[in-house]
Ligand binder design. Structure first.
Ligand SMILES: Cc1cc2nc3c(=O)[nH]c(=O)nc-3n(C[C@H](O)[C@H](O)[C@H](O)COP(=O)(O)OP(=O)(O)OC[C@H]3O[C@@H](n4cnc5c(N)ncnc54)[C@H](O)[C@@H]3O)c2cc1C
Length: 490
């Protein structure tokens, strides 16, 4: 397949010629790939350094262990990726990925009730994380300006004599402590090395302050396995979701479709109620969910893998924008800056949004300084990124802080408490009101800002008396096997 066509976001409007020489991106995962794509519009050469081998559609990489768990690509993330890599979505669908309308195809069970199906036109595409990543990787690897260096580990930063500006990185062959440490020069270094980034230590070793960080941990845990979808499966939903709800419903689960007529099944336990990864424990947890629907469909399906656990999904935010002094030419993005409890599937989409923020900052830099300097860019970018992160951070942590077991963060002030309380009410109203569900899905998919949930129409639907009575209307019929109606706590 010829990937050259993606070179410009808008083919009728070629990007301005690059003015800077060489940029290095540390980490070739979603944040690294989207960042590298943007940098090709501004630099003559972009090198992505990744400690793993090339991304493959069917292999899980050691460096991205979370990829074994369902990775929902939100509508906004999909829009950005399609803009950066035209034809990506069609390629994924051709390869078996499943297009999903958020309101119609995903059945949500919240606080004892199922959301009503409706056509939302909020579209995303479900596939495995390796399939998505490798499709992006192959397109970027075909870019004439991009070079990947695999099996190489970045060990630290190189700086000028005054230690004010980054001049490159130190790297070594992965897993070979006897190998030589080499240096690679660059004008810009972007750290996209994920949750375990060493950027704070690298900065400290150069005499800079490490960014302060907030950790909010409601002790989520996941156990995921892949099932073959039964050939005679008749129901019209494509994905199922039981939302764990603080403070009493610690158990949730999700079924997401995967290429190859498979299901990605993930059990979710909050507040340390970790789902087991042994066979018996997995099925017992499934049986204990507040809706029997998961167990009923899965007992007819063939498991293709053993359960795989994950317990490091706490929320963590590093305040790079507040550093008293920035190392010029050094930026951090993606999970290296923010890492969310993935309950709302935000990480990849925010990474893509961060790449757009970088594009804007680089355009402004060029407008102001031409090709003269990248000075000031670090502060500009980290400040802009903080603005991008604020809404998703509130979304991810707003529910988590309601768990009594939750650790970290500051005690929320009265306004934050009111916002969290209102958000909780929005979520609990979703099964009874399509307009509220639609408003929430638009925010969750980052198509609208969180403030849109405070529009008078939404406020009224959420706060009016009887807002959580069963609705009469059923716009789209979704075929579901009957199950006993559970009481919803109002
Ligand atoms: C359980 C779980 C489920 C999730 N589900 C979703 C979801 O449904 N939807 C969603 O959008 N997001 C989800 N996420 C978040 C998502 O995985 C990340 O936000 C996304 O991968 C972007 O991360 P990243 O590129 O910044 O870092 P990562 O994906 O962690 O990648 C970092 C890369 O850097 C490389 N690297 C690290 N150190 C070095 C070094 N020193 N030198 C060279 N290379 C290095 C690693 O090998 C790796 O490839 C989930 C996360 C978890 C934990």
């Amino acid at each position: 397949m010829n990937f050259q066509f993606y070179l410009h976001k808008n083919q009728n409007k070629p990007a301005k010629p690059a003015v800077y020489k060489h940029a290095i991106v540390i980490g070739g995962s979603i944040a690294g790939l989207t960042t590298a794509r943007v940098l090709t519009d501004h630099f003559e050469q972009v090198t992505v350094i990744e400690r793993d081998g090339p991304s493959d559609a069917t292999e899980f990489r050691k460096g991205a262990p979370q990829a074994r768990h369902p990775h929902a690509l939100l509508a906004r993330g999909q829009q950005i990726l399609e803009q950066q890599f035209p034809g990506l979505v069609a390629e994924l669908i051709e390869g078996g990925a499943v297009p999903m309308d958020m309101g119609r195809d995903f059945a949500f069970f919240i606080d004892g009730a199922w959301c009503q199906p409706y056509q939302s036109k909020i579209m995303s595409t479900a596939c495995s994380r390796p399939r998505l990543e490798s499709a992006i990787y192959r397109r970027l690897a075909a870019h004439p300006k991009v070079r990947f260096m695999h099996e190489q580990e970045v060990l630290g930063l190189c700086v000028d004599e005054q230690k004010v500006r980054v001049t490159g990185i130190q790297l070594r062959e992965r897993g070979n402590p006897m190998a030589a440490i080499n240096e690679l020069a660059a004008d810009l270094v972007v750290d996209a090395s994920g949750r375990d980034s060493h950027a704070p230590q690298w900065l400290e070793s150069l005499g800079y302050t490490a960014p302060q960080e907030t950790m909010i941990n409601a002790f989520p845990g996941y156990a995921t396995r892949i099932f073959k979808r039964p050939a005679d499966f008749k129901e019209t939903w494509k994905g199922l979701y039981i939302l764990a709800m603080a403070p009493n419903h610690s158990r949730g689960a999700v079924i997401m479709p995967l290429e190859g007529d498979r299901w990605h099944v993930c059990l979710v336990g909050m507040a340390g109620d970790y789902p087991p990864t042994d066979e018996e424990g997995f099925w017992n947890f499934l049986r204990s969910l507040p809706s029997s629907r998961f167990y009923d469909v899965l007992k007819e399906a063939e498991p293709l893998t053993a359960p795989y656990g994950y317990r490091r999904a706490e929320n963590r935010l590093r305040y790079f924008e507040k550093l008293p002094r920035h190392l010029e030419g050094f930026l951090a993005t993606g999970d290296a800056v923010y890492a969310f409890n993935p309950v709302y599937g935000q990480g990849m989409t925010v990474a893509a949004m961060a790449s757009l923020a970088l594009d804007e900052c680089l355009k402004a830099q060029r407008h102001q300084h031409g090709d003269q300097t990248l000075g000031g860019l670090a502060k500009q970018f980290q400040t802009k990124l903080a603005g991008v992160i604020a809404g998703p951070w509130q979304m991810a942590t707003g529910q988590d802080v309601l768990w009594p077991a939750c650790e970290g963060g500051q005690k929320p002030d009265r306004i934050t408490q009111m916002i969290n309380g209102y958000m909780e009410r929005v979520i609990r109203t979703m099964p009874y009101n399509i307009a509220v569900a639609d408003a929430f899905f638009h925010v969750q998919n980052m198509l609208k800002p969180p403030t849109s949930l405070f529009h008078p129409k939404v406020l009224w639907n959420v706060l009016r008396p009887g807002s959580r009575q069963p609705a009469l209307e059923q716009r789209v019929e979704r075929v579901m096997t009957p199950e006993p109606v559970l009481a919803s706590g109002d």
